[in-house]
Design a protein around this ligand. Structure first.
Ligand code: IDP
Length: 159
């Protein structure tokens, strides 16, 4: 199995967002992910603390929906995962569809399972750099299949 340093560019980070509807759909969503060629490298159900959600979405802190988003993302557990695949970031963004579920293409995860623009079922990293940062934000090396590298761990993200 490859180590984490060689995985840069081949992983993405995702979380199934909180909420009863998402919880009911965890099975179908996971099936869709694995059927589309993504291998689950790490996975855990975790409830974010407010500070963690604020840091995770700090790039959106000037948006009018930021406080509501933080409240929603801390309202229940998320199912966090690191997924491995060639072109993981871009292929996964295609699989989940547009941020706005009304614009998401038919058959995408957000098209099928989102409740609203805010409760849009699932997160997907938007770049290789963010995938690495977000993976390190949620998972220690001992929680991953590939345990050798340290490049995904950023101490500055520990809150
Ligand atoms: P992304 O999740 O598709 O990368 P971002 O623009 O990074 O989209 O937004 C992060 C999350 O913030 C979205 O997934 C969604 O839950 C929420 N969000 C984005 N835009 C809006 C909005 O206009 N109103 C309410 N929530 C929003």
């Amino acid at each position: 199995m490859s180590d984490q340093k060689t995985l840069y560019g081949k992983i993405t980070f995702t979380m199934i967002k909180p909420g009863e509807r998402n919880q009911e759909n965890i099975g179908p969503i996971l099936t869709k992910i694995t059927e589309n060629g993504f291998r689950i490298e790490a996975m855990k159900l975790v409830k974010l603390r407010t500070k963690q959600a604020e840091v995770f979405y700090s790039h959106l802190s000037d948006k009018p929906f930021y406080n509501d988003l933080v409240k929603y993302m801390t309202s229940g557990p998320v199912l966090a995962m690191i997924l491995e695949k060639e072109n993981a970031v871009s292929d996964f963004r295609v699989l989940i569809g547009d941020t706005d579920p009304t614009k998401a293409k038919e058959g995408t995860i957000r098209n099928l399972y989102a409740e609203s623009l805010q409760k849009n079922a699932i997160h997907g990293s938007d770049s290789d750099e963010n995938a690495a940062l977000e993976a390190g934000f949620f998972f220690s090396t001992s929680e991953r299949y590939n345990k050798n590298g340290e490049c995904f761990l950023k101490d500055t993200w520990v809150v």
